[in-house]
Design a protein around this ligand. Sequence first.
Ligand SMILES: NC(=O)c1ccc[n+]([C@@H]2O[C@H](COP(=O)([O-])OP(=O)(O)OC[C@H]3O[C@@H](n4cnc5c(N)ncnc54)[C@H](OP(=O)(O)O)[C@@H]3O)[C@@H](O)[C@H]2O)c1
Length: 240
Amino acid sequence: MKIALIGYGNMGKEIEDVIKTDGKHEVVSISSSTKGWDEAGIKSADVVIDFSSPDVIMENIQKVLGLGKNMVIGTSGWYEKIGKVDGLVKETGTGLIYGQNFAIGTNIFFQLVALASKLAFKYGQYDVYGTEVHHSGKKDSPSGTAFKTAEVILNNFPSKKKLETGRLDRKIEAEELHFASVRGGRNPGMHEVTFDSEADCIKLSVQNHSRRGYAQGAIMAAEYIIGKKGLFAFDNMFEI
Ligand SMILES: NC(=O)c1ccc[n+]([C@@H]2O[C@H](COP(=O)([O-])OP(=O)(O)OC[C@H]3O[C@@H](n4cnc5c(N)ncnc54)[C@H](OP(=O)(O)O)[C@@H]3O)[C@@H](O)[C@H]2O)c1
């Protein structure tokens, strides 16, 4: 499989390294703000993987789908525009898969949070909240994974109806789900969900040790999207 990379920062370099080490696929093109936009290389690729920036992701999606190429999107911070992206995918007859977190362990975590939310709501007097920690270089907050985790809780814990991610200068409402972000250091990503009751406290957390798992998952998504049409979410591949 010939792969074009858009974004050549932490993740672009990690994906290139996994591809070189595995020897199964080939990187035929790299675009970034310093390297420029390699349209000829993108045209020659079977699939495009984008780990760039929330500032440019919509423009990149329009340009790549406009060239009729299927895409894997790892870049976060654009999910409120999912309807527009779905329209572009249909218009161009292409395939696009996105993931807030491509690490296998995090996708297992999403399934565990869904199950725990259902059980905690059904059997206990639990409250639920979330926290996430990322390295100091991360540009957006909360993380895409935090949004996804919150969505999983809201879909499975019926008394929580609204996500609150900001600083609170008041008491939280019972129907609000608080998900807080911390930035600093070098952590590639930690997410934790706490179910707390008078009797006990259950914590589910996932700590990504490195960016390797994200890169491996993105390549798995690229293999999946080849030859497909439509919009796909990576976490759907893990539903049981
Ligand atoms: N889904 C997941 O599993 C997952 C995992 C980790 C990170 N992420 C997300 O992936 C994104 C990238 O993360 P990162 O850590 O690799 O960031 P990073 O180290 O800051 O790298 C971003 C890259 O995007 C490039 N870029 C900026 N503007 C561009 C443009 N107009 N066209 C093409 N490339 C452009 C930058 O180019 P220059 O270097 O030339 O400036 C840089 O190479 C972030 O949104 C992050 O949240 C997702």
